[in-house]
Design a protein around this ligand. Sequence first.
Ligand code: FAD
Ligand code: SF4
Length: 517
Amino acid sequence: SRNLVLVLGDQLNHDSAALQDFDASVDRIWMAENQEEASHVWCHKYRLVSFFAPMRHFREELRANGFQVDYHELPSDGRKARKSSFSRLLRETFSQGEPQKVVVVHPGDDRVLRSLQQTTADCGVPMEVREDEHFYCSIDRFREWAADRKSMVLESFYRTMRKEHDVLIDSEGEPIGGSWNFDKENRSSFKRGGPGEIPEPPRFAPDAITRDVMEMVSSRFSDHPGELDDFDLPVTRDQAVESLEDFVRHRLPDFGTYQDAMWGDQRFLYHSRLSHAINLHLLSPREVVEAAVGAFQDDIAPINAVEGFVRQILGWREYVRGVYWTQMPEYAELNALQCDPSQGVPDFFWDGQTEMACVADSMRLVMETAYAHHIQRLMVLGLYAQLLGVHPRRFHEWHLAMYADAIDWVSLPNALGMSQYGDGGLMATKPYCASGAYINRMSNHCRSCRYSPKEAVGEDACPFTTLYWDFLQRHRSAFAQNPRMKMQLMNLDRKDAAFLSKVRERAGAIQSGELPV
Ligand code: FAD
Ligand code: SF4
């Protein structure tokens, strides 16, 4: 054949740059369910289905459109397992007749890019890597923006993107609504009276194709963590579009106000649950942003909600991708707080078995849906890992294994950088460290918890609060020069030695596992 077009599992868009000059009479598409991808981290079953089911649906759509697709399924039977890695499969394909060229859109994982470069070079097949047009900001454009900057703060990147792409900008070049930022309006909790009825995102019952994948995953990866019974994610573009429309109409109007809120037994609150569909390219960030801006123009959603949402997509999402590709591969090894590589995530990060009500609630969602919303990721699970001293790469590896929306380019900067401060402040100007008091303010979890958020020592002490004071003590000198940590360190300095030594003792027992929490 002429071109062998590789479509990776997170590149499921029909208008992909790789398909633009596709000639069905001479070109072929190549797709493979990746065993390595599934098992190099101990992946959540739900996550596996959330990748393989959309891939198989996409294959069917391509074939229906007249494309020739060479698709490598993972067999259900573990014993008949094809052992082949992605690169071995590709070599096998080449051995049956070399294409003139391999065409691929820039992958979302540095390891995959390197492995493809290696394999094609070894086999002497030229490879053309095309820009991923799914994103607003190309890697080169980000590099240009980041050049000569001491710190890469999101805010300045976000404003540049807003102007460059003319999103929520008036005819004078000013931000619509009179401000770039409505954060102050966007920090409400549900404290008075709880959240009430929140419309749930649409659920998509598994069809025959998805059920096949579920069977394969249940038998082949039976010992992997997580549950599958509740699988309801969109697996086709049509379903993803339906999810987007539903969100914009029913939850976007309150998205801003309750962006940071948490509440027990509530699953998605006012969040979109769209990250999986966007990351797989079933939706484009442009259509998502346009839908949100349209809701503002049609008076369906207020500016604080729409701006807050646009900031996530046009700001954060593009920004973390830029950080990833301009900082890799060194970024993956950063460990600014010198955490011990032997410190992994605690056991309850795999099964949710803990008495901490906030962690148990977040983990239940992760186990059942391979999802948690942003504040659960950052201020419950991420916070706990950071205070405990988990090595940032190991936290990222756990994150990559457990979430349906996790792909290296987006998980790594968020998990290692923003959440764990592994990059020493490239992404966040201060560590997101807090005690149980923060969780108490933003949720109702502490009311039903066996621990008390105000206590740092004693039997009922909240593990977050104990570990918080210990964390500040451990890293006092590393934070001494950071003006944004001044208040927290001043409060630390007011604590007496007896208190601090009890904190250390209890924190040590939690870290070693001697004291189960
Ligand atoms: P919403 O709250 O509805 O937000 C809307 C959209 O904005 C999301 O769908 C997502 O596309 C985008 N977005 C928001 N914040 C970010 C961000 N920080 N980076 C990139 N996109 C963002 N997001 C992922 O897509 N994949 C990840 O692997 C991932 N890992 C994370 C790890 C940690 C420790 C933290 C703190 C955040 C991580 N995020 C990740 C960002 C964010 O938490 C999720 O995108 C979001 O919770 C997904 O739920 P949602 O679709 O309901 O989002
Ligand atoms: Fe979480 Fe501590 Fe509150 Fe319990 S007391 S819910 S562990 S913050």
